[in-house]
Design a protein around this ligand. Structure first.
Ligand code: FE2
Length: 480
């Protein structure tokens, strides 16, 4: 065998291994040998340039955008003016320095304990063209600031699109690495998995202050790309000793979602369609059992998923349903028992979660047969099940979760306690390329990389092949 043939054979074996490792169930998973310090990381100090305040009186800061409708033809632009309300108008256009159109938003502020927020603006910019770069300007006079964003292509079954996936980011130097690595990735939008600023780890007025620093910290990405938000436990901020008992108060004033477009009654859960993906965002910390608003909404939203238009069905939530880390072990069990059968019936491709400060990927497994009194009590391989991927490794000040259950449960395919982020690059209706990238001594190192096969079109393709085969056999029999 010559060297070329040997090389081809090696490639084939490696490709088979990668493929098998993502589609087989019940085989022993891998626990990465990377051992990292669990010691909590330190937040970036307040005077660091990552939190720098833009120059000029009342200059807009903490600029962030998110998708503003169901289909990707609108954005919501949000920012804070520190000194006075100022203008809530966004000037925008398709040429640099020429802002031919404008949209007017809203402004409000709030208090949290004795902290008084800046003036928070939200402005819906709608009726945009697809696949277009828009420039926008906010603020007034010498203090105005300019940014840009790109709208996604029209919703369609074979539209390529690259998403980034980040969770539990916080505001440490590890968070900074994750953000910088993500920005290098070439992805177009972020699917965020909850736990944003970790401001609730501070006391009294420093809580509000650390929401402000986080907004300035992520602006270098969030002003230019939509981040699709979901909430985690650190957004709840139920702090009766401070007289603050409205859950998600800081978050809801500052971050917004297009929940009305998907007929949701709250920004805390919603859905969007972007390129070839239908993305459903759930909240682990609002009621979800039968008869609750989130349950009723999800049941209805799943019926709207059209895999002919959006082949990729992605669900985001904060608490993982399958987790083999001792941190937060079993916390997703109640939601799993309510929603898992729907995720299988609707052939969800992948469910991303955060919460656990580590990385983990499951095999395709389900545990829907177990009903307390009968059936197997263990998850079993199930080709109809989603992949469950935990990306709670953004780098916040609580540090890493490095105590995995031993032995590794059969549902767990790969796990590693490192900081990082993921990307999902959709190629067409059948294939997407998935990466998990570790922050390795300051470098971005792709660790997991595999081809994700679409759950709906993969099986349809198989059915079509089978139909073709049967027809061919029938013709041959007839000819005979
Ligand atoms: Fe969390």
């Amino acid at each position: 065998m010559d060297a070329k043939m040997q090389g081809m054979l090696l490639n084939f074996v490696l490709a088979s291994f990668v493929l098998l490792s993502c589609i087989r169930g019940g085989t022993a998973g891998i626990t990465s040998s990377f051992i990292r310090s669990e010691f909590p990381a330190v937040d970036i100090p307040l005077d660091h340039e990552a939190f720098s305040v833009p120059k000029g009186y009342n200059a807009p800061q903490q600029v962030h955008i998110t998708q503003g409708d169901y289909e990707g033809k609108a954005v919501i632009i949000s920012w804070v003016t520190p000194d006075e309300p100022g203008s809530s108008t966004v000037h925008y256009g398709t040429a640099e320095n020429k802002f031919r159109a404008s949209a007017k938003g809203t402004v409000s502020n709030y208090t949290f304990y004795l902290y008084k927020s800046g003036y928070i603006h939200h402005c819906l910019v709608e009726g945009l063209e697809h696949s277009t770069k828009y420039y926008y300007k906010i603020g007034s006079g010498d203090s105005s600031r300019e940014f840009w964003f790109e709208t996604p292509p029209p919703v369609g079954p074979d539209t390529p699109y690259k998403f980034g996936i980040i969770g539990d980011l916080g505001q440490t130097f590890n968070s900074l690495q994750t953000l910088d690595h993500y920005i290098e990735s070439g992805a177009k939008a972020v699917l965020y998995l909850g736990d944003l600023s970790y401001a609730d780890r501070y006391t009294k007025n420093d809580i509000g202050l650390r929401w402000d620093t986080w907004g300035r910290f992520v602006e270098k990405s969030t002003a230019y790309q939509p981040w699709m938000w979901s909430v985690g436990n650190h957004e709840i901020e139920y702090l009766p000793h401070l007289g603050e008992v409205d859950p998600f108060k800081n978050y809801l004033h500052r971050y917004t979602t297009p929940h009305l477009a998907s007929k949701s009654s709250t920004p805390l859960w919603y859905a969007i369609r972007r390129a070839s993906a239908h993305i459903i965002v759930l909240n682990s910390y609002s009621p979800y059992v039968k008869y609750t608003p989130q349950y009723i909404w999800l049941k209805e939203e799943l019926t709207k998923v059209d895999r002919e238009k959006t082949p990729w069905l992605i669900v985001l939530m904060h608490v993982p349903l399958y987790n083999s880390n001792s941190a937060h072990f079993m916390e997703g069990e109640s939601m799993r028992s309510v929603f898992e059968s729907w995720f299988i019936d609707y052939k969800v491709d992948v469910i991303f979660a955060g919460h656990v400060h580590a990385y983990e990927r499951s095999y395709r497994v389900s545990n829907i047969d177990y009903n307390i009194t009968s059936g197997s009590r263990y998850p079993k391989p199930d080709k109809s099940a989603p992949l469950y991927i935990t990306v709670g490794d953004g780098g916040n000040q609580e540090g890493l979760a490095s105590k995995f259950l031993d032995p590794q449960p059969e549902y767990s395919a790969f796990r590693e306690s490192s900081y990082g982020h993921s990307t999902l690059e959709i190629k067409n209706r059948t294939h997407a390329i998935y990466h998990w990238n570790r922050n390795d001594e300051g470098k971005k190192v792709p660790v997991e990389a595999f081809v994700l096969h679409n759950q709906y079109w993969g099986s349809n393709r198989r059915r079509r092949k089978l139909k073709h085969f049967l027809l061919t056999v029938a013709e041959e029999v007839a000819d005979f």
